[in-house]
Design a protein around this ligand. Structure first.
Ligand code: FAD
Ligand code: DHB
Length: 390
């Protein structure tokens, strides 16, 4: 078998790249390790920057997002009994974010791929990229006990943090930068009305909390928990009690509760691999970098990587120019590091870091009080939250 681009992974980055390539007449095949239903069952991000929304439109997959997504013009930070609004719209000259779940984004991209005849091979086992340091790369995989080979021009590693693409690169060719945080997020989904029509991020002596949503009738709430916490120890009642304790009185009183329909703990990590290109293999999205979720940048970074990678591949095929693919790693990493900085700052400013002691806590509180008193500081936060330009 032969194609122009083999894409490993059918998460948001692989699906977005695949659709843009298909629409540009560039042949591609997506290889996905698990089933379609499994990919769609994963509950992850929920906030889209306008740049990502524009890319979904470009891929012909934005219609439902515009219809069902919730436009948010601001969010609040709860601290010391009060709630301080960050006016995203006012501070950024009219920008906003869209609350629309990653599951829905994935669903819409999969539907569009099917409608336009794109090929995805699900349950492709033991996917392996080969010879990407030369001119004739290929990818092998196993399906139903048979080994297959796809020859191609390029391989796009869109297979997430635990994927095979980054691991296939010789150790000496890659540098990684990492910070693991000493806590995780326990998140639940429940079909109740959100406590507020905008998101609330809370800094509290008991730890961070976030009240987000997926729709006007479905909440996505999180609390910071220790790394040793076990999901079995968190009944719904315990979760609701804990999140109420971390919110100001008014929100705690107003909070509607109900049975959870999903509950999980995710660790927090910052990670960057450099470079993002190795000959004819490119890394994009979580395969190349991870941010802690505070600030909702993970999914949006996958989209900006694909912007640069798709533009480079399109130039290669349509204009016979290598300039875009040669610049890919550097262009993507420049934006990645700014989002890494922002996500690290949001995490550091809003969570309880027990090892930082009293001095660390005083500095954190001064940081928040400065933020609430300074339009300049709020503008910087808002500019990063709505997404830096591509
Ligand atoms: P992924 O979505 O990870 O997709 C990679 C795909 O590759 C998967 O379908 C996987 O099955 C497939 N794959 C892996 N290995 C192989 C292989 N060997 N062969 C073939 N296929 C393979 N971001 C936020 O902004 N806000 C959040 O609240 C948030 N919550 C998150 C919670 C969790 C538990 C996780 C893991 C991430 C979360 N993120 C969040 C980050 C965000 O979801 C990711 O940044 C986003 O999914 C990246 O998309 P991707 O397509 O690059 O990778
Ligand atoms: C969500 C996750 C985030 O990390 C965030 O900053 C905002 C919202 C969410 O899952 O809805």
């Amino acid at each position: 078998m032969r194609t122009q681009v083999v894409i490993i992974g059918s998460g948001p980055s692989g699906l977005l790249l695949g659709q843009l390539l298909t629409d540009a007449g560039i042949d591609n095949i997506i290889l996905e390790r698990v089933t379609k239903d499994y990919v769609l069952s994963r509950i992850r991000a929920g906030v889209l920057e306008e740049g990502m929304a524009a890319m979904l439109d470009e891929a012909g997959a934005g219609e439902r997002m515009h219809r069902e997504g919730l436009k948010h013009d601001g969010f609040s930070i709860a601290f010391d009994g009060g709630c301080h609004r960050i006016d995203l719209h006012g501070l950024t000259g009219g920008k906003r974010v869209i609350v629309y779940g990653q599951t829905e984004v994935t669903h819409d991209l999969m539907d569009r791929r099917e409608a336009t005849g794109g090929v995805t091979i699900y349950e492709a086992a033991n996917v392996q990229p080969h010879d990407f340091d030369g001119d004739r790369p290929y990818v092998t995989y196993e399906k139903d006990g048979v080994t297959h080979r796809i020859d191609c021009d390029f391989i796009a590693g869109c297979d997430g943090f635990h994927g095979v693409s980054r691991k296939s690169v010789p150790e000496g060719a890659i540098t990684t930068y990492e910070r693991v945080y000493p806590f995780g997020w326990l998140g639940i989904i429940s079909d109740v009305e959100p406590v507020s029509h905008e998101l609330i991020y809370a800094n509290h002596p008991r730890g961070f909390a976030l009240c987000s949503m997926r729709s006007p009738t479905r909440i996505r709430y999180y609390v910071q928990v220790g790394l040793d916490e076990k999901i079995e120890d968190w009944s719904d009642d315990r979760f609701w009690d804990e999140i109420r304790r971390r919110l100001p009185e008014e929100q705690a009183q107003a909070m509607k509760t109900g049975p959870s329909i999903e509950k999980s703990i995710a660790p927090l990590r910052s990670f960057v691999a450099e470079p993002l290109r190795f000959g004819r293999l490119f890394l994009a999205g979580d395969a190349g970098h991870i941010v802690p979720p505070t600030g909702a940048k993970g999914l949006n970074l996958a989209a900006s990587d694909i912007r640069y990678l798709f533009d480079g591949l399109r130039e290669y095929y349509q204009e016979k120019s290598k300039a875009g693919i040669d610049a890919y790693s550097q262009r993507a990493l420049a934006r990645v590091w700014k989002a890494e900085r922002f996500s690290w700052w949001m995490t550091k400013t809003l969570h309880l870091f027990p090892d930082d002691g009293a001095f660390g806590q005083k500095i954190q509180h001064a940081e928040l009080e400065y933020l609430f008193s300074s339009v300049a500081a709020q503008t910087s936060l808002a500019e990063n939250y709505v997404g830096l330009p591509y």
